[in-house]
Write a protein that binds this ligand. Structure first.
Ligand SMILES: *Cc1c(COP(=O)(O)O)cnc(C)c1O
Length: 356
C-alpha cells in the first residue's frame, strides 16, 4: 500500500532519549524545557525573531486573526486546505476569495488588489505546496492599503525565498507540524513574526490570556506539550535527510513521467522543500481514470486541493474560475522520506500508460 505520504518516524531510541528528560523533570506541558529547546532551534533554523509552538496549524491561524483583532473581510486564497478559510469563518470573519495564478497556484497579486475595499481587514494567503508568488509586490500592496499581510505557511517549512526564510515575509506567518507535513510533531504548529508587539500578543493569547495572576484578555489554550516537542526535536535531527530523499524522489518523477504530464512551475526565487509532488491532468475525467488505475494497485494519491474553497456549500459562492479549474485536475503523487525506486517506478508506469 502506498499513500500520498507516510509520516516520518525517528528511531524509537532517539525519541526515548527525549522522553527520559520528561521523566526526570515531570514537566509535561506549559513551556517546558523541550518546548523551549524546540522553539529556540526552530527560530534559528527558520531565521525568525519570535517563534511560538502551538497545538496545531489551525489554532495558529486563529491566534493570528485574534491577535490582529480582525472582525470583517479577509482577502484569501480559494486554493488551499480548508483550514485556511475555516479559521477565518471560525473567527467570525468573511473570506473574500482572490483567484490564483495558473502557474504558481498562489494568489495572483493583481487579484488581491482588485478585491481591496474599505471593508478589507487583512490579506491571508497560502504558500501552497511551498511555492510563492511575488512576495515583495504583495508586501507593497498590503502596505499601501494599510492591511496586515498574513501567510499560511503550513507547507513551507524550510523554504527560502530570495535566499532567506520565507517566514520573514509579510507581518506574520503560520506553519503546521501535523503528521502529514514534511516536518511534524504528530500534531502541532507555529506562529512566527518579527513584530515584537504582535509576538507578545500571540504568547498571551496562546496561554488563556493571562500571566500568573494577571489576566489580560480572553485567550485560549493553544499550547503544545513536551511529548510533541520531543517528537519535533527527534525529527528535526533528520530534517536534512528527509528533504534530500524527497528531492531525489521528486527528481525521479521529473525524469520518468511522460513529458505530456504537466507539473507545477515553482517560482525561480524559491529554494524548495519538496513537500508535495502535484501534477496536472488535461481533464478531470482523465484524472479520475488515473486515480482508479492507481487504486487498483493499492496506490492512493490525494486530490490536494479539491474542491476549490469558494465552492464549499457553507460558504457564499464567489467566482474563481482558475482555482476551480485547477482543483478539478490536480493530483498529489505519493512522496515521503521512505519511498523507493520500485514504488516510484510503479506510479510512473501506471500514469504513463494512460498519457498520450
Ligand atoms: C495542514 C494545513 C493546515 C492546518 O494544519 P493543522 O496542523 O492540521 O491544523 C492549514 N493550512 C494548510 C494550507 C494546511 O495544509
Amino acid at each position: 500500500m502506498l499513500h500520498v505520504t507516510k509520516s516520518f518516524l525517528p528511531e524509537l531510541k532517539t525519541y526515548t532519549k527525549y522522553l527520559e528528560k520528561i521523566w526526570k523533570t515531570s514537566h509535561l506541558t506549559n513551556d517546558g524545557p523541550l518546548v523551549l529547546e524546540l522553539e529556540a532551534k526552530l527560530a534559528e533554523f527558520l531565521e525568525v525573531d519570535n517563534f511560538y509552538f502551538v497545538s496545531n496549524g489551525t489554532i495558529a491561524l486563529q491566534l493570528v486573526i485574534k491577535a490582529l483583532e480582525l472582525n470583517g473581510e479577509i482577502i484569501t486564497t480559494p486554493f488551499s486546505y480548508c483550514a485556511t478559510s475555516n479559521s477565518i469563518i471560525w473567527e467570525n470573519c468573511q473570506p473574500i476569495f482572490a483567484d490564483i495564478s495558473p502557474s504558481s497556484l498562489t494568489v495572483e497579486s493583481n487579484n488581491i488588489k482588485s478585491k481591496i475595499t474599505n471593508n478589507s481587514q487583512a490579506i491571508l494567503t497560502t504558500h501552497v505546496y511551498g511555492n510563492a508568488g511575488d512576495l515583495e509586490l504583495q508586501e507593497q500592496l498590503a502596505k499601501e492599503a494599510n492591511l496586515p499581510l498574513i501567510f499560511d505557511g503550513a507547507h513551507a517549512f524550510g523554504v527560502k525565498y530570495k535566499g532567506q526564510s520565507i517566514f520573514n515575509y509579510g507581518d506574520i506567518s503560520t506553519c503546521s507540524f501535523h503528521a502529514t507535513k514534511i516536518f511534524h510533531t504528530i500534531e502541532g504548529g507555529a506562529v512566527m513574526t518579527n513584530n515584537a508587539k504582535l509576538a507578545s500578543k500571540i504568547k498571551e493569547l496562546r496561554s488563556f490570556g493571562h500571566k500568573g495572576d494577571e489576566y489580560f484578555s480572553a485567550g485560549i489554550n493553544g499550547k503544545n506539550s513536551e511529548f510533541h516537542a520531543a517528537m519535533g526535536l527527534a525529527n528535526f535531527e533528520h530534517f536534512g535527510e528527509i528533504k534530500n530523499h524527497r528531492k531525489w524522489a521528486s527528481e525521479y518523477y521529473d525524469q520518468h513521467l511522460n513529458a505530456s504530464i504537466e507539473t507545477i512551475k515553482f517560482n525561480p526565487l524559491i529554494e524548495k522543500n519538496y513537500s508535495y509532488y502535484p501534477i496536472l491532468f488535461s481533464s478531470e475525467n482523465y484524472l479520475l481514470e488515473v486515480i482508479s488505475n492507481l487504486n487498483k494497485h493499492q496506490i492512493y494519491p490525494r486530490r490536494y486541493f479539491y474542491p476549490s474553497l469558494n465552492t464549499l456549500k457553507f460558504i457564499d459562492y464567489q467566482h474563481c474560475p482558475i482555482s476551480e479549474d485547477i482543483a478539478a485536475r490536480i493530483l498529489c503523487l505519493p512522496l515521503s522520506a521512505e519511498i523507493n525506486v520500485s514504488e516510484l517506478s510503479k506510479v510512473c508506469q501506471i500514469i504513463n500508460q494512460k498519457s498520450h
